[in-house]
Design a protein around this ligand. Sequence first.
Ligand code: NAD
Ligand code: DAU
Length: 342
Amino acid sequence: MNILVTGGAGFIGSNHVRYLLRNSDDRVVNLDLLTYAGNLENLAGCEDDPRYRFVRGDIRDRELLRTLLQQEAIDAVVHFAAESHVDRSVEGPEVFITTNVLGTEILLEESRAAGVRKFVMVSTDEVYGSLGSEGHFTENSPLAPNSPYAASKAAADLLCRAFFKTFGFPVVVTRCSNNYGPYQFPEKLIPLMIANALEGKPLPVYGDGLQVRDWLFVEDHCRAVDLALRHGRPGGVYNVGGGNEMRNLDLVHLLLDKLGLGRELITFVADRPGHDRRYAIDASHITAELGWAPSVDFATGMARTVDWYLAERAWWEKIRTGRYVEYYDLMYGPGRRHAGGV
Ligand code: NAD
Ligand code: DAU
């Protein structure tokens, strides 16, 4: 197969490109705009593989998509490209709508016109909104997104449903919980806490730190997406989750213990507006239908992740300069949204 991966220079996308090159004979064309989150260093070594090609471009660029889909005789699309950070969507929602909603719609239209045979939409569990202390999200839970990011993903997710219902276009949707692992951009909780701790900077915990996330090692997500591509039912929706609920504060404690550091850097800061309290996934449908289950337990995955950030310090140090410093100041600087000491 010739597979177009969008957003393949980001965190999950780059792990997925590596997964495909390692585990299949397929050709992989990676289309990525290289926004602040895209980084070709995430793909070091891949360019030596004759089955791999990188194209810098925008999923909103219809002409580019038309040419690329035809030129590369694309059989299948795996769609990761998105603006992905909730906090950024609070500061500036517009690009979340143009990229995540309009970009997905243009990609769907052009893929359909080009005769693509399978399209996987990498959606998220955030489309379901927030849970109380009990229960899990199933594929039948109502969509109730709470952040501009989540709302934009819900719109894209539902456009996929509409393309299947209206045109019979073979789309499969996956809705996964929080991923962790190598190459995650250090704006997200785990890499941000590791990098700050190693540099002796405050660890900004939002609100009371008792929000719960369900963590999954990134390679397990990639395997689920690949199963959805090869065996997922057209029109199907599959929840993907680690069965691994943890409170943010407990996670930060665990990271500090692993790094051999004390807790004095923890700083409780103003909460994220609209902050979802708890996510938890019921993944029994993908287990029953596609035989998927997580293969990396949390202890092993966390050890691999912490080791990777320790070994690849140059990778995240380079990112945490220039534009990143401006971003950090906008979010966490004195008088800003997540200013410390609350
Ligand atoms: P990321 O921010 O690390 O990567 C996003 C990639 O998309 C970047 O390489 C960026 O350059 C690219 N991109 C952005 N706009 C683009 C555009 N207009 N055209 C082409 N490329 C563009 O994100 P991630 O954490 O790897 O998430 C990937 C996907 O998985 C997203 O769709 C996200 O919603 C979804 N998801 C993420 C998680 C998670 O825990 N990170 C969980 C479930 C689902
Ligand atoms: O559930 C899937 C989603 O997981 C994906 O769709 C998103 O793309 C991905 O970013 C992630 O969203 P979260 O908002 O859950 O991830 P984040 O790492 O930003 O935050 C995790 C939790 O940690 C959340 O409760 C907010 C909290 N947090 C985060 C940051 C960055 C803090 O307490 N302090 C912080 O500085």
